[in-house]
Design a protein around this ligand. Structure first.
Ligand code: GLU
Length: 474
C-alpha cells in the first residue's frame, strides 16, 4: 500500500523491563520510520490492569531513553482510550459484525467442544440470534466472516488462514472492558499507523486484526512480523541466555550505540555492513533486509561490535558512560590527578577493550593509588636480582627531562640499558611492569611509563624498592 507518511509504533505492555527482544523490535520500527522520514510512535498497552505497573512503564521509558530510541509525539496510554474502544464495539454491533454472547463458562466449554467436533474454531449459538436468557452477564464477540484471510506480510510473505479456524473472539468482556485485540486495531488506526512491525508471535493476531479492520472499513496497515531472538543454543531465549532488560546490558558495560548496532544487525542485514552508526542504519534500513529465520544471540559478536563502537566514541562520551565503571574499579570517585591520567591514557587503551567493564580493567593501572598492592604473580617477578636493575632504572629515568618523557625516548632508554648490560628484556620488563601496575592489565611497557608520567613512574618504582624489597630482605 502507498502511504502519505510512514508511521510505525512500538507498543509494549508494561509488565516488566525493556527486554532486548522488544528493544530490537522497537529499533526496527524506529529505523524504518526514520528511513522514510516518518514518525515512530510509542503506545503503552496498559489495559491489563492487574499486570501493568508504573514501575514497568518507567523502566521501559528509561530503557528507550538510554538506547536513544526517541519517539515522536506524545506517548499514548491505551487505557485512556477505553471509551473510544467501546464506541467502536457498538459500531461493530450496529453493522452486524459483533454480537452479545450470554454463554456461562460451563456452556462455553460445551460449545467449544462441539465447535471442535465440527472441525472449526469457537462459534457461539448467540451469533445466529438465539434469544438471550434473563439477566445474564454477557460479552461482545466478533462475528468472524466466512471465507479466507490473507496477509501479505513484509517478512513472512503471503500467509493464509481459513476463517473457520478463527474464534469468534471476545471484543468486550462482561465487565465492559475492551480486549487487546480490539484496542490494538482502534489505536493503530487512530494513531495513523501505516506499518506494524512486531514479533512473529503476533502473526496470527495479524490475521484476526485484519478481519476487524475490514469489518470497520478501515485501511489495513502493512504488517512485518519478525522472527524472535533465540539463545546461542537455538532454544527459546531465557534469562540464563541473556533475555534481560537493556538496563542489564548497560550494567554489563555496553554502550547504547554498540547495543543498538548489535541488535539491529541481529536478524537484519544490508550487504556486508557490520559496524554502523545510527545515521547509516537509517539511510539503508529496509524490511526486505530482515531474515525470516530466527536470530541467535551471540555474546562474542555483541562484545566485538561494542568494542568497535568504544574505539569510535569520543573520549568525553566514554567518560559519560564509563564514569560509574571507573569509579567502581577505583572504589570511589577519582581524584583530579587520577582523572587527568585516565584522560591521557584512554585514547591509547580504548581500542583494546570490548565493554566499559573491560575498559575500566584495562585503565586501572593508571588510576591506582599508591602504594600499589601486588598480585602474587607480580611478586614472583620481583626476584632479588631485579632489585639492582630497578635501582639503575630509577636513576636513569630520573634523568629524563619531563618534556622528553614519551614512549619513544623511554623505549630507547630501556633498549640501550639492556644492551649495555648485556641482558635480555625479560630481566627488566616483568619486574618494572610489576612495580608500575601491581599486576593489573597493561599495554606495552614504554607506553605504561609514558601514560603514568614521570613523577608517578618514579614514585611507583621507589615504592617497590622501599616497601616490597625492604619487607623481603633476607
Ligand atoms: N503489547 C503487545 C506486546 O507487548 C504488542 C502488541 C503489538 O505490537 O501489536 O506483546
Amino acid at each position: 500500500m502507498l502511504h502519505a507518511k510512514v508511521v510505525t509504533r512500538f507498543a509494549p505492555s508494561p509488565t516488566g523491563f525493556l527486554h532486548i527482544g522488544g528493544a530490537r523490535t522497537a529499533l526496527f520500527s524506529y529505523y524504518f520510520a526514520k528511513h522514510h522520514d516518518g514518525d515512530f510512535r510509542l503506545r503503552v498497552e496498559d489495559t491489563d490492569k492487574k499486570r501493568s505497573t508504573e514501575a514497568a512503564t518507567q523502566a521501559i521509558l528509561d530503557g528507550m531513553d538510554w538506547l536513544g530510541l526517541h519517539h515522536d509525539g506524545d506517548i499514548v496510554y491505551q487505557s485512556q482510550n477505553e471509551a473510544r474502544h467501546k464506541k467502536i464495539v457498538l459500531d461493530l454491533i450496529k453493522a452486524g459484525h459483533a454480537y452479545p454472547c450470554y454463554l456461562t463458562p460451563e456452556q462455553q466449554a460445551v460449545e467449544r467442544q462441539s465447535s471442535r467436533d465440527a472441525g472449526r474454531a469457537f462459534r457461539s449459538p448467540y451469533r445466529d440470534g438465539k434469544s438471550p436468557p434473563d439477566e445474564c452477564p454477557f460479552v461482545i464477540r466478533f462475528r468472524v466472516p466466512d471465507g479466507e484471510t490473507t496477509l501479505e506480510d513484509q517478512v513472512q510473505g503471503l500467509v493464509k488462514w481459513n476463517n473457520k479456524d478463527f474464534d469468534d473472539l471476545v471484543l468486550l468482556r462482561a465487565d465492559g472492558t475492551p480486549v487487546y485485540m480490539l484496542a490494538v486495531v482502534v489505536d493503530d488506526h487512530d494513531m495513523g499507523v501505516t506499518h506494524i512491525i512486531r514479533g512473529d508471535d503476533h502473526l496470527v493476531n495479524g490475521g484476526r486484526q485484519k478481519l476487524i479492520y475490514e469489518a470497520l472499513g478501515w485501511d489495513v496497515p502493512d504488517f512485518a512480523h519478525i522472527p524472535l531472538i533465540f539463545g546461542p543454543d537455538g532454544k527459546k531465549l531465557s534469562k540464563r541466555h541473556g533475555a534481560l532488560g537493556v538496563d542489564a546490558y548497560a550494567d554489563m558495560g555496553y554502550l547504547p550505540s554498540g547495543l543498538r548496532n548489535y541488535l539491529t544487525r541481529l536478524g537484519w542485514a544490508h550487504g556486508d555492513m557490520e559496524i554502523f552508526t545510527d545515521q547509516q542504519a537509517i539511510d539503508v534500513f529496509s524490511l526486505s533486509g530482515i531474515n525470516k529465520a530466527p536470530a541467535r544471540l551471540d555474546f562474542d559478536k555483541m562484545a566485538y561490535v561494542n568494542g568497535q563502537h568504544l574505539a569510535n566514541t569520543p573520549i568525553y562520551a566514554i567518560w559519560k558512560y564509563g564514569q560509574t565503571f571507573f569509579e567502581a574499579k577505583n572504589q570511589g570517585p577519582l581524584s583530579k590527578e587520577q582523572h587527568s591520567r585516565l584522560q591521557t591514557a584512554l585514547p591509547y587503551i580504548v581500542g583494546r577493550a570490548k565493554t566499559l567493564i573491560d575498559l575500566a580493567d584495562q585503565a586501572y593501572f593508571v588510576t591506582r593509588s599508591r602504594p600499589i598492592p601486588l598480585t602474587g604473580k607480580a611478586k614472583k617477578t620481583l626476584k632479588p636480582d631485579a632489585k639492582p636493575r630497578l635501582d639503575d632504572l630509577l636513576i636513569l629515568l630520573s634523568g629524563v627531562l619531563e618534556e622528553q618523557w614519551n614512549h619513544k625516548i623511554i623505549q630507547e632508554l630501556l633498549t640501550s640499558y639492556i644492551e649495555d648490560e648485556g641482558i635480555g628484556f625479560g630481566k627488566i620488563g616483568p619486574p618494572l611492569r610489576a612495580c608500575l601496575t601491581g599486576g593489573a592489565p597493561s599495554p606495552d611497557l614504554a607506553l605504561v611509563l609514558d601514560l603514568l608520567g614521570k613523577p608517578e613512574t618514579l614514585a611507583r618504582i621507589q615504592d617497590c624498592l622501599d616497601i616490597f624489597y625492604k619487607n623481603n630482605e633476607e
